[in-house]
Every structure is written in structure tokens, then in C-alpha cells.
Design a protein around this ligand. Structure first.
Ligand code: FES
Length: 128
């Protein structure tokens, strides 16, 4: 296994408290590694940093999540909710629906990591 792969696995298995989440809070981890960065994860990070977040929520630029082909990847801990192909325009929905109302944004969920990905693929099962 390469060092990069080791790093990905280590990041995925780190406890939420080690990833910046407070005891009663959440942390938003936005991958800034090469593939996600090429797909505007820097703009996604900036959008989260400028958003009006609920108390106790932190924003962290992170290393690779191991979900490169579905980037920009956003992971919320300790919920362990993973979002895929996040655009800056999606940030307000994640903040309002997930962080304020506790309802993950189903059509942005990473289909590899969340079993109910029907919203992502639509009714027919075909990728959109
Ligand atoms: S580069 Fe972002 S998940 Fe790998």
C-alpha cells in the first residue's frame, strides 16, 4: 500500500474528535487534495467558511477522503455523512437542511458510502 493510500485510510478511520469536531459539535471536512481541488473544492471550502453555521460547527480543509472520482468530497463528522460532487451552490442546502434541520441532503449523498442512493441515481437506477 502506498503512503497516499495509508493516509486515506487513516483519515477515514480517525475519531471525530481528532478531526476537529467538538464534544457536542460537528466538523465539516472538505477535501483539498488534487482531484477535488481541480473540481473547485477550494470554492466549496470558501463557501462553508463564509456561511452562517450553527454554533459548534467547524470547517476544516482535509486531505484525501479516498473518494476522488466523486469529488469534491465533503464529510460531516461525527454523523459520518459523506457528500459527493459538491458544488459551492450546494453549501447553503447542506447548512440549512443537514446542519440546522438534521436532514441529510439525499441527492448529494455519496452513493458508494450510503446505501440509499436512489435519490442520487433517480427512479430508474440510471446514473444522471
Ligand atoms: S482527492 Fe478528494 S477524495 Fe481524493
Amino acid at each position: 500500500m502506498t503512503n497516499a493510500a495509508d493516509s486515506e485510510l487513516q483519515s477515514q478511520n480517525q475519531p471525530a474528535t481528532e478531526l476537529g469536531a467538538g464534544e457536542n459539535g460537528r466538523s465539516i471536512l472538505i477535501c483539498q487534495n488534487v482531484h477535488c481541488y481541480r473540481h473547485r473544492s477550494g470554492a466549496v471550502l470558501a463557501a462553508f467558511q463564509s456561511a452562517a453555521l450553527p454554533a459548534g460547527v467547524t470547517v476544516t480543509a482535509s486531505d484525501c477522503h479516498g473518494q476522488c472520482h466523486l469529488g469534491p468530497s465533503v464529510r460531516i463528522v461525527p454523523d459520518e455523512t459523506w457528500y459527493a460532487r459538491v458544488e459551492p451552490a450546494d453549501v447553503s442546502r447542506i447548512v440549512e437542511e443537514h446542519l440546522r434541520q438534521n436532514h441529510p441532503v439525499s441527492d448529494l449523498l455519496n452513493p458508494r458510502l450510503h446505501t440509499d442512493y436512489s435519490a442520487y441515481y433517480g427512479q430508474t437506477g440510471a446514473a444522471s
